[in-house]
Design a protein around this ligand. Structure first.
Ligand SMILES: [Fe+2]
Length: 339
């Protein structure tokens, strides 16, 4: 099945008066924890240019990439090697799923590299200064900053519009969600999985069953299939994104802010039969076999409080917490934080 597609154009061109797509947006996030969006400001070529740069980066020898690694600051900028990040133990949630909707068995850590690059404005003073580290620029990529900033800013602009539309769709003031993320620690965070190594055996898990810590996660289309999503009813579905569209997924912070009305979206990335077919095709054309995701995590500003903005039956399960504390707790749980 395909996710509902929300078009941002009517909202943007009507000067924010066209509301129909706002309701569709919140309904899709509520049911599926995800939505496909079409943003007239983002073209398929932008995504392709970004993916090509990251393919070249991940193709480099391991020792070259390790120069860009900053474990002392919890890998918050620069590269995170494969086999470092552990999916959080979500077995309690997985137990409740029916047999055909169970996650693919895996025993972590994840077989994916990641590169983290900050996007957007920051406040000068914060209680969470470790989240403000200097960017890492890899050697031999003179275009790095321009390509990363350009793609990241496009995704961030999309998320600001989505968050404005979502505020309206939820019956909040249109500026409510944009104001919470205006100075958030947004991270362009592409992953790279080496399908030369892992792309031959269907059932191999590249990123184990998990949810994102973020407010919203946004990506362009990957060149390889393999992402599976769980709907809020616990149904596992392959993620198909129409050409020219972006995928937006609900993270833990949005779950918090909606008092569980929009649940954080669980997902996994595996090598499927379809992935193997694409690997064979690309091999015959001598194309890169690194599966790159053009992902960006957007976050609520760390010094803002997370608490439910909607009245729901689950409100008491979401006690107020600083967004920066919630992120630190989650990083410890996936073994990335230095404690
Ligand atoms: Fe994820």
């Amino acid at each position: 099945m395909e996710l509902p597609t929300v078009d941002l154009q009517p909202f943007i061109s009507s000067n924010r008066s066209e509301k129909q797509e706002c309701y569709k947006l919140q309904e899709s996030l509520h049911r599926y924890g995800a939505v496909a969006i079409r943003d007239p400001r983002v073209q398929e070529e932008d995504s392709e240019k970004f993916i090509e740069l990251l393919e070249q980066y991940f193709e480099q020898p391991t020792l070259v990439k390790l120069k860009d690694c900053r474990p002392d600051i919890s890998y918050q900028v620069g590269v995170t090697p494969e086999l470092t990040e552990w999916p959080r133990d979500n077995s309690k949630y997985a137990e409740k799923l029916s047999e055909q909707n169970k996650p693919t068995p895996f025993d972590g850590p994840d077989k994916k590299w990641r590169f983290q690059w900050r996007i957007g404005a920051r406040r000068e003073y914060t209680k969470f200064p470790e989240l403000l580290a200097e960017p890492v620029i890899p050697e031999n990529f003179p275009q790095w900053r321009q390509v990363m900033d350009s793609w990241g800013q496009k995704l961030l602009d999309s998320v600001f519009t989505v968050s404005e539309m979502l505020s309206i769709g939820l019956g909040l003031q249109s500026s409510t969600l944009p104001n919470l993320i205006r100075f958030g620690t947004h991270l362009l965070s592409p992953t790279g999985s080496d399908l030369n190594l892992y792309g031959t055996k269907p059932g191999t898990v590249l990123a184990g069953f998990h949810y994102d810590i973020s407010f919203l996660t946004i990506h362009g289309r990957s060149r390889f299939p393999g992402l599976y999503l769980w709907t809020s009813e616990g149904e596992r579905i392959p993620c198909k994104i129409p050409k020219g569209c972006l995928l937006v997924q609900a993270g833990a912070q949005l779950d918090y802010l909606t008092g569980g009305y929009i649940k954080k979206g669980y997902h996994e990335v595996i090598v499927s039969k379809e992935t193997c077919r694409v690997v064979e095709e690309k091999k015959s054309r001598h194309e890169s076999l690194w599966r790159v995701s053009s992902t960006m995590f957007t976050h609520v500003e760390p010094d803002k409080m997370l608490y439910p903005l909607l009245e729901t039956s689950e409100t008491s399960s979401y006690p107020p917490v600083f967004a920066g504390v919630q992120v630190e707790d989650e990083l410890k749980a996936i073994k990335l934080a230095v404690v």
